[in-house]
Design a protein around this ligand. Structure first.
Ligand SMILES: [Fe+2]
Ligand SMILES: [Fe+2]
Length: 268
């Protein structure tokens, strides 16, 4: 079974209403205007979509940060590029990033909810997360770890509801179908003090499940540099890197007979 994982395209654009200067959006808009727009090349997302359509994996996974400030126009631009993938027969799983859940402004909240429903073909909704999706030979546990945070921090939270959902779905020790957690934030935090402004809180129980191999694999983004922390059977955590900044995606092959995951970085 083949899975293609990509993340963090970070489309962006100008402030879309005057209120954007009075909430956190000005940080995202400013960042996009002076930084991200020179670093993130959306044409790489287009190339990634073409590659996925050509390879026809059994599932495609995007672990969030479609936008820079979570505004409707930013979603529209990125979704336009993702449309051929969404309209294909390839199951597409998207979970929002912190930049997609940037502020509590109603039109921005509506934009991320619409994106989840549209990209999943109505298979699930924003409110319907967390949920388990059985695709081919694996089970995806789709969880949203992103929520609006304060001005200076990009914190993620694994809520009690999400944690209990993961624990419940990983309770059976002897499991035939591998469990893959789809989340924006990585579970493994190697530098919690250094990365205090960007970190996730509440994942302790999940780390135990990963250690016990009750949870097989975590697919995540947020960190824009790709990295792979897996054992010899391919169990652990995969950060695919930003598809528009590093031009990387991860192609994951699951061999059922060997119960093994193998990984290949794809450059676009
Ligand atoms: Fe990001
Ligand atoms: Fe992020």
């Amino acid at each position: 079974m083949k899975i293609i994982h990509f993340s963090d395209p970070h489309g962006g654009g100008p402030a879309e209403d005057w209120m954007a200067y009075f909430d956190k959006r000005w940080v995202g808009v400013f960042n996009y205007r002076f930084r991200r727009r020179f670093r993130h090349d959306l044409s790489k997302l287009q190339t990634a979509v073409e590659y996925i359509l050509d390879v026809k994996p059994d599932a495609a996974v995007c672990t969030g940060d479609l936008t820079s400030a979570g505004q409707p126009g930013e979603f529209a631009r990125v979704i336009e590029i993702l449309k051929p993938l969404r309209n294909s027969k390839i199951p597409f799983i998207y979970t929002p990033g912190n930049h997609d859940c940037y502020v509590t402004r109603p039109q921005c909240v509506k934009a991320v909810k619409d994106a989840v429903e549209y990209l999943s073909h109505g298979v699930y909704t924003f409110e319907g997360m967390p949920l388990k999706l059985e695709v081919g030979e694996v089970d995806f546990l789709v969880v949203n770890t992103s929520a609006p945070s304060n001005l200076l921090c990009s914190w993620g939270f694994l809520t009690a509801e999400n944690r209990d959902f993961i624990v419940k779905n990983c309770a059976e020790d002897n499991h035939e179908r591998p469990r893959i957690l789809v989340t924006h934030y990585p579970m493994i935090e190697e530098h919690p003090v250094l990365r205090v402004r960007h970190r996730l809180f509440g994942q302790k129980e999940v780390l135990k499940l990963m250690k016990n191999k009750q949870l097989d694999l975590v697919l995540c983004g947020h960190v824009h540099k790709p990295s792979l922390r897996v054992d010899e059977q391919g169990r652990g955590e995969c950060i695919s890197g930003s598809v528009t900044r590093n031009g990387t995606m991860m192609e994951i092959e699951y061999e059922k007979a060997a119960r093994k995951f193998s990984f290949r970085t794809i450059g676009v």
